[in-house]
Design a protein around this ligand. Structure first.
Ligand code: ITT
Length: 199
């Protein structure tokens, strides 16, 4: 079976992607299995640039086929912040909770109707055997909640309210998030290509 290395050190993400690829004939391995792969600096100016940069760097270092995700939360009243800086929003050393509390403090004076937001995920797949790079994007729309709720998922899930469910993303069962999320949409879009690349 061919190997597919996930170019991510985010445990929440890795678990979700593993679940979503469970039906493919591929051995999914985390990049932590390759201690020689250095920390990759995300110097790109878009989700696509960063996803491709991460996938290429890990493919070069391991020689294996690689899948990377670059994702984030885009909040309209914050001019698109935190966007590609979602993982680094606020101060170094902050926890996910520190970051979403900070974001809440920045939007709390806006009415609910103006707190529109979306999660975006760009998946990049690189096959070093044939120099092929493919990307796909997925999104999900929501509203920044008044206060955090729920313990599932990771990152900003506790403050991302889904009006059609009446719940935050962190209140959804894992399987439901993995069916509707930005990452799920991006993975669905790339799956046919990935399948073809594995043949
Ligand atoms: P890797 O680069 O190692 O994959 P990372 O966490 O640094 O891990 P990103 O640069 O793509 O990954 O940043 C994504 C951030 O966006 C992530 O840390 C969360 O803060 C947020 N995010 C992305 N997807 C999310 C989701 O499904 N739920 C909640 N927050 C999410």
């Amino acid at each position: 079976m061919r190997k597919l290395v996930l170019a991510s050190r985010n445990k929440g993400k890795i678990e979700e992607i593993r679940e979503m690829l469970a039906d493919l004939p591929v051995e999914v391995v985390g990049v932590d299995a390759y201690p020689e792969v250095p920390e990759i600096e995300e110097t790109g100016e878009s989700f696509v640039e960063n996803a491709v940069l991460k996938a290429k760097a890990v493919a070069e270092a391991t020689g294996e086929m690689v899948l990377a995700d670059d994702s984030g939360l885009v909040v309209d009243v914050l001019g698109g912040e935190p966007g590609i800086y979602s993982a680094r929003y606020g101060k170094p050393g902050w926890t996910d909770r520190d970051r979403y509390e900070y974001l809440l403090s920045k939007v709390s004076h806006y009415p609910f109707s103006e707190r529109t937001a979306r999660f975006i995920s760009v998946i990049a797949v690189v096959d070093p055997a044939c120099n092929r790079i493919e990307t796909a994007e997925g999104r999900i729309a929501g509203i920044i909640a008044d206060k955090p709720a729920g313990t599932n998922g990771f990152g900003y899930d506790p403050i991302f309210f889904l009006p059609e469910y009446g719940k935050t993303m962190a209140e959804l069962p894992e399987a439901e998030k993995n069916r509707i999320s930005h990452r799920a949409n991006a993975i669905q879009a790339i799956k046919p290509v990935l399948k073809a690349m594995l043949e």
